[in-house]
Design a protein around this ligand. Structure first.
Ligand code: C2E
Ligand code: CA
Ligand code: CA
Length: 411
């Protein structure tokens, strides 16, 4: 655990009154290593020095010299590893756009604050925060893994499946899990998929990787089924898995070996990946799998460009609304509009809807009121190792019985 005083925070704002105000608010909350800068250039010097590089930056968007967006670009060049909170007097929509930009650069963003800053809002954001720049310290600054390292990780069984529950919004019933792969690296610890999936795709290891994930997931699903828990198990399929018709045979064979009915297997394919490649072979593979009654899910819906064409061409059973349009949709009109449109389109096409990234009670209640079918996210559970699943399930059932399902129906 880290105490608040271990955490280095930098406030960047051209308004010196704002610097003093935010510093005071943070110190009051116990964050004592707070520095401030009134211009981007000085802030970058601090970031370049490991002794002063902050774990969290509160960044003003509107600055006269280097503005906040430009500053973010420099952070990307430096592979900045900490988190960011945007602070601005601009309206909600402008802040959302800036937030999307930051997300696109893969810089973790904790949230944003409107000026004048409300101290309670700042406390709320800080309480949610887990400083991953500190947590992931054993991983030297975004180490890039080689294809060879990944290949040996696959053959040494260092890839481990985690499972994140998908639950019914109406009843709380646990319907299935999404399989999310992690690398238990012997030296670097837990490595997340965004650090190695693209390497697997580029170095033609993705079929080996997916075979390992499918085999482990089906073995686990069989154990769950044998114990009476007939969960649907979802697997993420890369577009690069869909380049040869062998993939279909592989899925069928592994499912048959594990004695799993295809209706209990969901293949999640992301929309943005679907757009780019020559669509014929993937289309054929997906259609044939669908004919065999495997379930198909369109993942990250809303983030790509030709969503409608994909929906028309591929017989998806499930639509996953991207977490970017779920978390905080209850308080943001733009998100809400995209969320509503996705939901109603899915309903019209007879697809089941899954909302990803349900992070708190407010998100959950929003889903209850809007009639989404399934929910997935840290509010329900973080991705778990199989061994932790039954304990989680007991806790979840208690939460459901203690009012998670009835509370919003009454409000
Ligand atoms: P995805 O399919 O969109 O998976 C959801 C991601 O959101 C997971 O990240 C999950 O841990 C995270 N998440 C879950 N609940 C919450 C929440 O409440 N809030 C937030 N902010 N995030 C939440 P993860 O496990 O790091 O996976 C990242 C991506 O890597 C996945 O995105 C998926 O596209 C890819 N991936 C994971 N496993 C595999 C795999 O076996 N094969 C392939 N091809 N891709 C995989
Ligand atoms: Ca997914
Ligand atoms: Ca997703």
């Amino acid at each position: 655990m880290h105490s608040a005083s271990d955490i280095k925070i930098l406030i960047l704002d051209d308004d010196t009154f704002m610097l003093k105000l935010l510093t005071r608010m943070l110190v009051k909350q116990g964050y004592t290593s707070v520095s401030s800068c009134d211009n981007g250039r000085d802030a970058l010097k601090m970031i370049d020095n490991t002794a002063t590089c902050p774990d969290l930056i509160l960044l003003d968007l509107n600055m006269p010299d280097m503005d906040g967006i430009e500053f973010v670009r420099y952070l990307v060049d430096r592979q900045y590893h900490g988190d960011l909170i945007l602070v601005s007097g601009e309206n909600e929509r402008m802040l959302r756009t800036a937030e999307k930009l930051v997300h696109a650069h893969k810089i973790p963003m904790l949230g944003y604050l409107h000026k004048p800053v409300n101290p309670d809002k700042l406390t709320e954001i800080m309480n949610m925060w887990k400083p991953h720049s500190l947590e992931s310290q054993p991983q030297p600054n975004k180490k890039i893994y080689s294809a060879e390292e990944l290949r040996s990780a696959i053959s040494n069984y260092e890839l481990v499946n985690y499972y994140q529950p998908k639950v019914s919004v109406a009843t709380g019933e646990v319907i299935g899990v999404e399989t999310l792969v992690r690398w238990h690296h012997p030296v670097d610890g837990l490595v997340f998929p965004d650090r190695f999936i693209s390497i697997a795709e580029e170095s033609h290891l993705i079929n080996e990787l997916t075979t390992s994930v499918l085999t482990n997931a089906f073995t686990q699903a069989k154990l769950w089924h044998q114990s009476g828990l007939t969960l649907r198990v979802a697997i993420n399929v890369s577009m690069d898995n869909l380049t040869s018709l062998d993939f279909q045979d592989l899925v069928v064979k592994l499912a048959t070996d594990a004695d799993l009915p295809p209706q209990k297997i969901v293949l999640e394919v992301t929309e943005s990946q679907l757009m780019s490649a020559d669509a014929r072979i993937p289309l054929e593979i997906l259609t044939r799998l669908r004919l065999k009654r495997f379930h198909l899910s369109i993942d990250d819906f809303g983030t790509g460009h030709s969503s409608l064409a994909q929906l028309r061409d591929i017989p998806f059973d499930e639509l996953k609304i991207d977490q970017g349009f779920v978390h905080r949709a209850w308080m943001d009109d733009t998100l809400r509009a995209i969320y509503d449109a996705s939901l109603s389109m899915a309903k019209q096409l007879g697809m089941e809807t899954v909302a990803e990234g349900v992070e708190d009670q407010k998100d959950w209640e929003f889903l209850r009121q809007t009639g989404c079918d399934l929910a997935q996210g840290n509010f329900i559970s973080r991705p778990l190792q199989a061994a932790d699943f039954s304990n989680w399930m007991k806790g979840w059932e208690d939460r459901v019985h203690n009012g998670l399902i009835t509370s919003s129906a009454q409000s």
